[in-house]
Ligand binder design. Structure first.
Ligand code: F6P
Length: 344
């Protein structure tokens, strides 16, 4: 078979490992021809691609980013975009396309499959871990480790200066990274998009700590966290060219409010894209390798319109239509019954 591969949306650690796995099993077991499209859907529309084989993937397993390049956006954003994708399938005699992406790319994959019956299989990735239908996306484990390492380092400087450190992590709609890194890093409070926060409650936790002689604290906040209605000024929203809210900066607002209300000296750290860069953790290398192998198997059984997914210990396939337009919220039991036990 002639099988195309693309990586779409924000990059994350493990993308190269997933591409490598698709290519390895495709070439060695199925005798497939593998074609890597550059820059996500743009490369498919514009027919920019590279032939991939086992030797071209040598050394890619531990490399961060994506060797194919990635972009946000969709063929539906261009007047002839969808027809260009269909033309590429026909003219390049593609039998299948493996789309490695997060919620945005997987929604486009589903729509193209539904609208034009294209033979597409999805692979879920994102540091945010917010894809519905799979227990985990690859990239998440690495991001949590990076954030946890940062929090560990911040503890010692916070303690030396008796300061509150407000650490902002990624998480547009979901608090997965914040909750996991906050638990692992011993946070005094964790603020997540799923539960609007009350700044006075956060200040009360910090005061309680001070009364116990603990003058240093770490507050972990997901970039998409919002104050509860009427508790604090909400930031004005800024949008990027694809209509996504451009986040980043909520930590500054929170640190200022903490300092104003409690008098405790506060600083902010915005981890930003550091969480997406660099080598994948061993866990993510294994998960992306399992997903890549499962994706090429899915191609060979014609599981079009499905994505590979982790459920418990098993990698299986699930319909893309069940993930479209949704974002998987954090496990509130983990947040309320585990993380919150350590607040304050
Ligand atoms: O979708 C993953 C993600 O890392 C989000 O957590 C974050 O809000 C967004 O991407 C940042 O996107 P960009 O790289 O386009 O600034």
């Amino acid at each position: 078979m002639r099988v195309g591969i693309l990586t779409g949306g924000g990059d994350c650690p493990g993308l190269n490992a997933a591409i490598r796995a698709v290519v390895r099993k495709g070439e060695m077991v199925y005798s497939d021809q593998l074609i890597g499209f550059h820059d996500a859907w743009d490369g498919v529309r514009e027919r920019r691609f590279t032939e991939l084989n086992v030797s071209s993937l040598r050394g890619m397993l531990p490399k961060g980013g994506t060797m194919l390049g990635t972009r946000r956006g969709s063929p539906y954003d261009h007047p002839d975009g969808v027809q260009q994708v269909v033309d590429t399938f026909n003219e390049m005699r593609l039998d299948a396309l493996v789309v490695i992406g997060g919620n945005g790319s997987l929604s486009v994959a589903c729509k193209l499959h539904d609208d034009r019956q294209l033979p597409i299989v999805g692979v879920p990735k994102t540091i945010d871990n917010d894809v519905v239908g799979t227990d985990l996306t690859f990239g998440f484990n690495t991001a949590v480790q990076i954030a946890t390492d940062a929090i560990d380092r911040l503890h010692t400087t916070a303690e030396s200066h008796d300061r509150v450190m407000v650490v902002e992590v990624m998480g547009r709609h979901s608090g997965w990274i914040a909750t996991h890194a906050g638990i692992a890093g011993g946070a005094t409070a964790i603020l997540i998009p799923e539960q609007p926060f009350d700044i006075d409650a956060v200040c009360a936790l910090l005061r309680r700590r001070h009364e116990r002689g603990r003058y240093a604290s770490i507050v972990v906040v997901a970039e998409g966290a919002e104050p509860a209605e009427g508790t604090m000024h909400r930031r004005d929203k800024v949008y990027d060219q694809f209509g996504h809210v451009r986040l980043g900066g909520v930590a500054e607002t929170i640190a200022n409010a903490i300092e104003e209300r409690t008098g405790f000296e506060s600083r902010t750290v915005l981890l930003g894209h550091i969480q997406r860069g660099g080598t994948p953790s061993a866990f993510d290398r294994v998960l992306s390798t399992r997903y890549g192998v499962a994706a090429i198997d899915a191609v060979h059984v014609g599981a079009w319109g499905h994505m590979v997914a982790l459920r418990g210990d098993e990698v299986l396939t699930a319909p893309l239509s069940e993930t479209v337009g949704l974002s998987k919220p954090v496990d509130m039991h983990l947040y309320n019954e585990v993380a919150a036990v350590f607040f304050g």
